[in-house]
Ligand binder design. Sequence first.
Ligand SMILES: [Cu+2]
Length: 210
Amino acid sequence: MGLSQISDQWWSLFHLYNTLGWAVGIVVLGLLVYILIRYRHRPGAAEPEDAPKGGVIPSERGSAAGAILLTLIVTGILFPLTVYTISTVDLIEHPPEKGTIVVKVEGFQWGWKFTYPNGKQLVGELRIPAGEVVIFEVRSSDVFHNFGVVDFKVKADAIPGKVIKIWIDPLKTGTYLIRCFEFCGVGHPLMTAKVVVMEPREFGQWYGKR
Ligand SMILES: [Cu+2]
């Protein structure tokens, strides 16, 4: 947590879906086990009165009020989830208007090349300052690749002839993994790079004048 705005939102969305998934799973499996025990076959014992009969549709179909209530509860859960999910995708796909650094990212068989606004180039390593917005313009010089900055939870296709923008705002210094997420030939498993998030002052010394 606290790695970037997008990864924070991604994780809170993940925990929300994970918690709901567990809650639904426990209720469904709990009911299943309860029913298996309650209506199990007991030699000699009479069937419970409310036991379902094979091939017979129960005449009691529940109440309309119950059906409406359940529909409202399900909608009340799913609608906010949809809105939250769409807003997260929207955040990832729309870089802030004023990006401080725009780095051109070029995928090739098999590696990643990074070009900075001042012409500096790096292959296999991306250096960026902490606390700033970094926009990536992702492209490819040969086949389809996919540029994924794993811990920051962003990914973009690298497609020849196309430029796709994604962004991150790293808040913590450190070294993180970049890798290709689209099978692109025999070298694909080795198509990684690292992103080094530096103290702004240290980055400035390396980068020079902006
Ligand atoms: Cu690849």
